[in-house]
Write a protein of this length. Structure first.
Length: 339
């Protein structure tokens, strides 16, 4: 299969897997795994944070952050298309007992005015507005990149109103490569943030959550409580270190391929709209005369291609290190055949 379903479909390269063969190992629960300690220190530095924690998944990063920053009954402010709403199985309610305040922000982004309009005044009758969660890049907005000043202005406004701030920075390195603005600059006004290693960086497992030392101490408690503590994690974190050294700058290739796919798709009669392509995600709306998204997905799968259905007539196409120009040509030929 040619997997345009998501950059989560990447497979670790042979060189990445070989990087784990001779790595010294220890027990991460006792801070004794050298590769894991190195990875956490590097990610904390990359995000401008004091400390960091290796976790099995980005979802666990988000859910632990929400639990640390809130109390049951609090309210979390985010955009309606946020990962914590559409892809985490109701985790904020089930695990932290919090309410969500989803905002329809333009291209998955908020303005200070949007935020101010949704922060509740103190009242015994209403939940407490407690946490802002932003997503860089904005996944369902087509991998859109928050402008630096807008992102940090919204975070500063939240903090001035007494809210904690968390950055779902799963694809922040895509933003860094696309703009030249460092991850630390994007995360500057956030209390916590995390980086995914299982997307464009190509690792099989893992994400790293960063914040203050006090925040990470609290996060460690939940990591153990929720079954995320492991042992010799060096076999995983060695591959993450390999990714930082070898797979970051190549994200630009994924961006170029996505832009090419978006431009070519926009010329097809079966496509009514392509959202602006800034990184490695293409959001394509199907014309009314075309089959709907589920029918199109089934048709493509029969041709050996996968894409994501994200709406009745909307598809998501994601580029990564395991697809290239030849795969894109096959995808475009199949989409042409729809018409």
């Amino acid at each position: 299969m040619r997997e345009f379903y998501s950059d989560t479909q990447t497979k670790p390269t042979r060189a990445m897997r070989e990087s784990a063969l001779n790595v010294p190992l220890g027990d991460e629960r006792h801070d004794a795994d050298p590769a894991t300690l190195e990875l956490c220190a590097r990610v904390a530095d990359m995000l401008g944070m004091e400390a960091a924690l290796f976790l099995p998944s980005g979802t666990m990063c988000n859910e632990i952050a929400i639990a640390v920053h809130t109390q049951p009954g609090d309210e979390v402010i985010c955009t309606r298309e946020s990962h914590i709403i559409f892809a985490e199985s109701g985790g904020p309610a089930a695990l932290s007992g919090v309410m969500m305040c989803p905002i329809d922000g333009a291209r998955g982004m908020l303005t200070p005015q949007d935020l101010a309009a949704h922060i509740r005044p103190a009242s015994a009758h209403a939940p407490r507005s407690r946490l802002l969660v932003a997503e860089q890049t904005a996944n369902l907005a087509g991998g859109a990149i928050w402008p630096l000043e807008q992102l940090n202005e919204v975070a500063r406004h939240a903090k001035s109103a007494g809210l904690a701030t968390h950055l779902d920075a799963a694809r922040i390195l895509n933003a860094q490569v696309a703009t030249g603005i460092t991850a630390a600059e994007y995360a500057r006004d956030f209390d916590s943030a995390w980086i995914a290693f299982t997307k464009g960086l190509g690792c099989p497992v893992g994400a790293v959550l960063a914040g203050s030392r006090e925040f990470i101490d609290a996060a460690w408690l939940l990591k153990r409580r929720w079954g995320g503590a492991m042992r010799q994690t060096g076999v995983l974190t060695a591959m993450c270190l390999f990714a930082l050294d070898n797979h970051v700058e190549r994200l630009a290739e994924d961006h170029d391929l996505a832009k090419s796919i978006g431009a070519r798709l926009s010329e097809l009669p079966v496509i009514s709209q392509i959202l602006p392509v800034e990184t490695n995600i293409v959001i394509a709306d199907l014309a009314e005369t075309a089959p709907d998204a589920r029918e199109t997905s089934r048709f493509l799968r029969e041709k050996g291609l996968t894409v994501t259905v994200v709406g009745k007539r909307r598809l998501r196409i994601v580029t990564h290190l395991d697809v290239g120009p030849e795969d894109a040509d096959v995808l475009l030929q199949a989409m042409e055949a729809l018409g």
